[in-house]
Design a protein around this ligand. Sequence first.
Ligand SMILES: CC(C)(COP(=O)(O)OP(=O)(O)OC[C@H]1O[C@@H](n2cnc3c(N)ncnc32)[C@H](O)[C@@H]1OP(=O)(O)O)[C@@H](O)C(=O)NCCC(=O)NCCS
Length: 184
Amino acid sequence: MNRSTPRTSRAAAAGGRAVGAVVRPAAEGDLDGIAAVGSESFSGLSPVSEARRWVGACWRASPRMQYWVAVSKGVVVGYILWLEKGGFRKEAVFELEQVAVRAGQRGHGVGEALIRSSLDDIRTYLRSRGARLKLVEVTTGSEQGALGFYARVLGTEQVACIPDLFRGDEFVLIAREPPSAPPR
Ligand SMILES: CC(C)(COP(=O)(O)OP(=O)(O)OC[C@H]1O[C@@H](n2cnc3c(N)ncnc32)[C@H](O)[C@@H]1OP(=O)(O)O)[C@@H](O)C(=O)NCCC(=O)NCCS
């Protein structure tokens, strides 16, 4: 994906809900905002200085790792991090490594818009290199309550459970031929 030509999309793809945020590929200036949202969302990203260090490392792993952000009134209110697995394959496998929305703004469609819009961009990127998206993998902690969310937005099915991974059991979910974003 090309960081220099960000494609923005109003985050209204989320089931028609107007969420008041714009989703676009992240820029380097977004990394502090990503770290702030990540730090309040994941126990492994605390304190925020450690979150920033990790976010910086992921950023430098481009194009293997790619961030998108949801921005409202100039502030990063959410982000998604994708990771390409197993090489730059023709039949590409991507892992949704993290998605998070600022605590006060959850439940308004920003998370869904982040997934749909970034997946749309990933498909475009893959087409440009003669590849296609074969499969999406995502893991989520049993305590995070995101199972239904991923099933609804990505059409995931649970294929495995890793006992006691981070703070508890971790579900492994996959989606084959994950749904495209509805037309905007
Ligand atoms: C999961 C998350 C990214 C969803 O973002 P969002 O903007 O609230 O998502 P949407 O409004 O598009 O959809 C809401 C869905 O998220 C679920 N959800 C999970 N945790 C939630 C929370 N703390 N607050 C509100 N909704 C939450 C809701 O139950 C709803 O599920 P449904 O699709 O089955 O109805 C967001 O809640 C979040 O940042 N959670 C903390 C970090 C996390 O758990 N990330 C996922 C695991 S990697």
